[in-house]
Ligand binder design. Structure first.
Ligand SMILES: [Zn+2]
Length: 98
C-alpha cells in the first residue's frame, strides 16, 4: 500500500511511501512535485528511493523543506546489527510514541 508523502507547507505531493517485503518503509521521490489535492497520483516518474537514512527534501512548489525520517523498522534493523539489545532499542522509541 502506498501513502502519499506531502509537503507540510503547501500539501503538494513530494513522493510516496511504501513498505518493502521486509516491512521497511521506503520513500519514493517524484521527479517533479505534484500540486494536487488528490489522494493518489498516477504516472509520475520516481527518481530516487530513500531507505534507512534521513533526507531533507525541498518542495519546488513552495520552497519548503520536509525531512524524511526512516521508519522504526529500518532503525531497529540497523541497531540490531550493532549488538544493542531489543530492550534498549525499545527505550529509544518510548518517548516518541508516548
Ligand atoms: Zn510545498
Amino acid at each position: 500500500m502506498m501513502k502519499p508523502w506531502r509537503c507540510k507547507t503547501c500539501g503538494a505531493h513530494l513522493g510516496k511511501v511504501r513498505r518493502n517485503g521486509s516491512g521497511i518503509h521506503q520513500l519514493l521521490l517524484y521527479r517533479e512535485v505534484v500540486d494536487t489535492s488528490q489522494e493518489e497520483v498516477a504516472d509520475v516518474d520516481v527518481i530516487a528511493v530513500v531507505e534507512g537514512y534521513a533526507a531533507d527534501v525541498r518542495c519546488s512548489n513552495c520552497g519548503g523543506t520536509r525531512t524524511w525520517v526512516p521508519g522504526k523498522e529500518a532503525i531497529v534493523r540497523l541497531l540490531k546489527g550493532t549488538g544493542i539489545s531489543s530492550e534498549s532499542i525499545n527505550k529509544i522509541f518510548e518517548k516518541e510514541e508516548g
